[in-house]
Design a protein around this ligand. Sequence first.
Ligand SMILES: CC(C)(COP(=O)(O)OP(=O)(O)OC[C@H]1O[C@@H](n2cnc3c(N)ncnc32)[C@H](O)[C@@H]1OP(=O)(O)O)[C@@H](O)C(=O)NCCC(=O)NCCS
Length: 199
Amino acid sequence: MSSPYDQPQPVLGAVTDRGEKILLRPAEMRDVDAIFAACTDPESQRWTTLSAAYDRDRAVGFVTDYAPGWWAREQGATWVVTDAAGAYAAQIDLRVLAADPKIADVGFLTGPDARGKGYMTAALRTAAAYGLLHLGLERVEWKAHVGNVASRRVAEKAGFTFEGTLRAYGSKDGRRVDEWIASLLPADLPVDATVEVIA
Ligand SMILES: CC(C)(COP(=O)(O)OP(=O)(O)OC[C@H]1O[C@@H](n2cnc3c(N)ncnc32)[C@H](O)[C@@H]1OP(=O)(O)O)[C@@H](O)C(=O)NCCC(=O)NCCS
Protein backbone atom coordinates (compact mmCIF):
# COMPACT_ATOMS: atom_id res chain seq x y z
CA MET A 1 0.00 0.00 0.00
CA SER A 2 1.38 3.41 -0.93
CA SER A 3 2.23 5.86 1.79
CA PRO A 4 2.81 9.66 1.68
CA TYR A 5 6.30 8.88 2.93
CA ASP A 6 7.06 7.16 -0.41
CA GLN A 7 7.10 10.66 -1.93
CA PRO A 8 9.31 13.64 -1.01
CA GLN A 9 8.06 15.73 1.92
CA PRO A 10 5.16 17.79 0.54
CA VAL A 11 4.92 21.54 0.15
CA LEU A 12 1.63 22.74 1.64
CA GLY A 13 -0.28 25.93 0.91
CA ALA A 14 -2.20 27.92 3.51
CA VAL A 15 -3.92 31.28 3.88
CA THR A 16 -3.73 33.39 7.03
CA ASP A 17 -6.82 34.97 8.58
CA ARG A 18 -5.64 38.25 6.97
CA GLY A 19 -5.72 36.58 3.54
CA GLU A 20 -1.96 36.21 3.04
CA LYS A 21 -0.91 33.12 1.09
CA ILE A 22 1.88 31.25 2.82
CA LEU A 23 3.74 28.00 2.25
CA LEU A 24 4.91 25.18 4.47
CA ARG A 25 7.96 23.76 2.70
CA PRO A 26 11.08 21.75 3.60
CA ALA A 27 13.91 23.77 5.15
CA GLU A 28 16.64 24.93 2.77
CA MET A 29 20.17 26.30 3.23
CA ARG A 30 18.95 29.80 2.32
CA ASP A 31 16.90 29.72 5.56
CA VAL A 32 19.92 29.29 7.86
CA ASP A 33 20.40 32.94 8.88
CA ALA A 34 16.69 33.40 9.62
CA ILE A 35 16.53 30.12 11.57
CA PHE A 36 19.55 31.16 13.62
CA ALA A 37 17.97 34.54 14.39
CA ALA A 38 14.60 32.99 15.31
CA CYS A 39 16.09 30.27 17.53
CA THR A 40 18.33 32.67 19.46
CA ASP A 41 15.56 35.23 19.99
CA PRO A 42 14.89 35.72 23.73
CA GLU A 43 11.19 34.70 23.54
CA SER A 44 12.09 31.53 21.61
CA GLN A 45 14.75 30.75 24.20
CA ARG A 46 12.35 31.45 27.04
CA TRP A 47 9.51 29.18 25.92
CA THR A 48 11.25 26.28 24.16
CA THR A 49 13.94 23.76 25.00
CA LEU A 50 16.33 25.23 22.44
CA SER A 51 19.85 25.32 23.81
CA ALA A 52 21.20 28.63 25.11
CA ALA A 53 24.34 27.67 23.17
CA TYR A 54 22.40 27.55 19.86
CA ASP A 55 24.80 28.71 17.16
CA ARG A 56 24.90 28.95 13.37
CA ASP A 57 26.20 25.38 13.07
CA ARG A 58 23.03 24.16 14.77
CA ALA A 59 20.95 26.08 12.27
CA VAL A 60 22.89 24.37 9.47
CA GLY A 61 22.34 21.00 11.18
CA PHE A 62 18.64 21.78 11.44
CA VAL A 63 18.45 22.14 7.64
CA THR A 64 20.72 19.22 6.75
CA ASP A 65 19.75 16.64 9.40
CA TYR A 66 17.06 17.47 11.96
CA ALA A 67 14.34 18.80 9.67
CA PRO A 68 14.55 16.16 6.90
CA GLY A 69 15.03 13.42 9.50
CA TRP A 70 11.37 13.31 10.59
CA TRP A 71 10.11 12.59 7.07
CA ALA A 72 13.00 10.21 6.31
CA ARG A 73 12.17 8.15 9.44
CA GLU A 74 8.44 8.27 8.57
CA GLN A 75 7.79 10.04 11.87
CA GLY A 76 6.18 13.27 10.69
CA ALA A 77 7.65 16.42 9.22
CA THR A 78 9.35 19.71 9.92
CA TRP A 79 8.36 22.62 7.72
CA VAL A 80 9.65 26.14 7.25
CA VAL A 81 6.75 28.59 6.92
CA THR A 82 7.28 31.29 4.30
CA ASP A 83 5.42 34.56 3.90
CA ALA A 84 3.77 35.70 0.67
CA ALA A 85 7.14 36.94 -0.60
CA GLY A 86 8.70 33.53 0.00
CA ALA A 87 10.84 34.61 2.96
CA TYR A 88 11.26 32.54 6.14
CA ALA A 89 8.66 33.52 8.73
CA ALA A 90 8.45 30.52 11.07
CA GLN A 91 9.01 26.80 11.53
CA ILE A 92 6.81 23.98 12.74
CA ASP A 93 7.42 20.33 13.64
CA LEU A 94 4.79 17.57 13.50
CA ARG A 95 6.46 14.73 15.43
CA VAL A 96 4.94 11.26 15.63
CA LEU A 97 5.34 9.88 19.13
CA ALA A 98 7.58 6.83 19.46
CA ALA A 99 5.14 5.45 22.05
CA ASP A 100 2.11 5.65 19.71
CA PRO A 101 2.36 6.17 15.94
CA LYS A 102 -1.25 7.43 15.80
CA ILE A 103 -0.35 10.48 17.89
CA ALA A 104 1.94 13.37 17.02
CA ASP A 105 2.87 16.48 18.91
CA VAL A 106 3.72 19.88 17.51
CA GLY A 107 6.54 22.28 18.16
CA PHE A 108 6.81 25.72 16.60
CA LEU A 109 8.23 29.18 16.68
CA THR A 110 7.86 32.32 14.59
CA GLY A 111 10.72 34.69 13.82
CA PRO A 112 10.56 37.81 16.00
CA ASP A 113 9.79 40.18 13.12
CA ALA A 114 7.00 37.93 11.78
CA ARG A 115 4.97 37.51 14.97
CA GLY A 116 1.38 38.65 15.31
CA LYS A 117 0.58 38.28 11.60
CA GLY A 118 -1.29 35.00 11.88
CA TYR A 119 1.45 32.86 10.37
CA MET A 120 1.57 30.25 13.12
CA THR A 121 -2.19 29.92 13.43
CA ALA A 122 -2.44 29.12 9.71
CA ALA A 123 0.64 26.88 9.81
CA LEU A 124 -0.61 24.91 12.81
CA ARG A 125 -4.06 24.42 11.28
CA THR A 126 -2.45 23.16 8.09
CA ALA A 127 0.22 20.90 9.61
CA ALA A 128 -2.26 19.33 12.02
CA ALA A 129 -4.88 18.78 9.32
CA TYR A 130 -2.23 17.23 7.08
CA GLY A 131 -1.31 14.80 9.85
CA LEU A 132 -4.93 13.85 10.52
CA LEU A 133 -6.08 13.66 6.90
CA HIS A 134 -2.97 12.36 5.11
CA LEU A 135 -0.75 10.61 7.67
CA GLY A 136 -3.47 8.66 9.46
CA LEU A 137 -2.97 10.36 12.81
CA GLU A 138 -5.81 10.11 15.34
CA ARG A 139 -4.66 12.85 17.70
CA VAL A 140 -2.36 15.87 17.43
CA GLU A 141 -1.14 17.27 20.73
CA TRP A 142 0.01 20.76 21.62
CA LYS A 143 1.93 21.37 24.83
CA ALA A 144 3.51 24.53 26.18
CA HIS A 145 5.06 25.68 29.41
CA VAL A 146 2.33 27.14 31.62
CA GLY A 147 2.14 30.88 30.98
CA ASN A 148 2.91 30.79 27.25
CA VAL A 149 -0.28 32.63 26.39
CA ALA A 150 0.72 33.45 22.81
CA SER A 151 1.25 29.76 22.02
CA ARG A 152 -2.01 28.82 23.76
CA ARG A 153 -3.86 31.46 21.77
CA VAL A 154 -2.45 29.98 18.56
CA ALA A 155 -3.56 26.47 19.54
CA GLU A 156 -7.06 27.64 20.41
CA LYS A 157 -7.39 29.68 17.19
CA ALA A 158 -6.29 26.57 15.28
CA GLY A 159 -9.16 24.59 16.81
CA PHE A 160 -7.36 22.67 19.55
CA THR A 161 -9.30 21.82 22.71
CA PHE A 162 -7.58 22.75 25.97
CA GLU A 163 -7.31 19.73 28.26
CA GLY A 164 -5.49 20.99 31.34
CA THR A 165 -2.17 21.18 33.10
CA LEU A 166 0.40 18.40 33.30
CA ARG A 167 2.29 18.97 36.52
CA ALA A 168 6.09 18.85 36.25
CA TYR A 169 5.74 17.34 32.76
CA GLY A 170 8.45 19.43 31.11
CA SER A 171 11.91 20.56 32.03
CA LYS A 172 13.65 23.86 31.51
CA ASP A 173 17.16 24.82 32.57
CA GLY A 174 17.44 21.78 34.81
CA ARG A 175 14.14 22.18 36.68
CA ARG A 176 10.71 20.62 36.22
CA VAL A 177 7.99 22.86 34.81
CA ASP A 178 4.23 22.45 34.48
CA GLU A 179 2.83 22.22 30.95
CA TRP A 180 -0.50 22.99 29.37
CA ILE A 181 -1.91 20.41 26.97
CA ALA A 182 -4.50 20.63 24.19
CA SER A 183 -5.41 18.37 21.31
CA LEU A 184 -7.02 18.24 17.88
CA LEU A 185 -8.86 15.09 16.74
CA PRO A 186 -10.17 14.17 13.27
CA ALA A 187 -13.74 14.88 14.45
CA ASP A 188 -12.71 18.46 15.29
CA LEU A 189 -11.95 19.23 11.63
CA PRO A 190 -14.63 20.85 9.47
CA VAL A 191 -16.45 18.15 7.46
CA ASP A 192 -15.10 19.63 4.23
CA ALA A 193 -11.56 20.08 5.51
CA THR A 194 -8.80 19.69 2.94
CA VAL A 195 -5.13 20.52 2.79
CA GLU A 196 -3.60 22.17 -0.27
CA VAL A 197 -0.75 19.87 -1.24
CA ILE A 198 1.22 21.90 -3.79
CA ALA A 199 4.02 19.48 -4.54
C1 LIG B 1 3.90 31.54 20.01
C2 LIG B 1 4.30 32.04 18.63
C3 LIG B 1 4.85 30.86 17.81
C4 LIG B 1 3.08 32.63 17.91
O1 LIG B 1 3.42 32.85 16.56
P1 LIG B 1 2.66 33.96 15.68
O2 LIG B 1 3.03 33.70 14.26
O3 LIG B 1 2.92 35.30 16.23
O4 LIG B 1 1.14 33.57 15.95
P2 LIG B 1 -0.19 34.25 15.38
O5 LIG B 1 0.14 35.58 14.82
O6 LIG B 1 -0.85 33.25 14.50
O7 LIG B 1 -1.10 34.40 16.68
C5 LIG B 1 -0.55 34.93 17.88
C6 LIG B 1 -1.68 35.22 18.84
O8 LIG B 1 -1.15 35.32 20.16
C7 LIG B 1 -1.52 36.58 20.69
N1 LIG B 1 -0.47 36.99 21.63
C8 LIG B 1 0.81 37.26 21.34
N2 LIG B 1 1.46 37.60 22.47
C9 LIG B 1 0.54 37.54 23.46
C10 LIG B 1 0.58 37.80 24.85
N3 LIG B 1 1.71 38.16 25.45
N4 LIG B 1 -0.55 37.64 25.58
C11 LIG B 1 -1.71 37.25 24.97
N5 LIG B 1 -1.81 36.98 23.65
C12 LIG B 1 -0.69 37.14 22.92
C13 LIG B 1 -1.64 37.48 19.50
O9 LIG B 1 -2.38 38.64 19.80
C14 LIG B 1 -2.37 36.54 18.54
O10 LIG B 1 -3.73 36.38 18.87
P3 LIG B 1 -4.90 37.25 18.14
O11 LIG B 1 -4.84 36.90 16.67
O12 LIG B 1 -6.15 36.79 18.80
O13 LIG B 1 -4.59 38.70 18.37
C15 LIG B 1 5.40 33.15 18.72
O14 LIG B 1 4.96 34.13 19.63
C16 LIG B 1 6.75 32.61 19.16
O15 LIG B 1 7.55 32.20 18.32
N6 LIG B 1 7.02 32.63 20.48
C17 LIG B 1 8.29 32.12 21.00
C18 LIG B 1 8.45 30.61 20.82
C19 LIG B 1 7.27 29.84 21.40
O16 LIG B 1 6.68 30.21 22.40
N7 LIG B 1 6.96 28.71 20.74
C20 LIG B 1 5.89 27.84 21.18
C21 LIG B 1 6.36 26.90 22.20
S1 LIG B 1 5.00 25.87 22.78
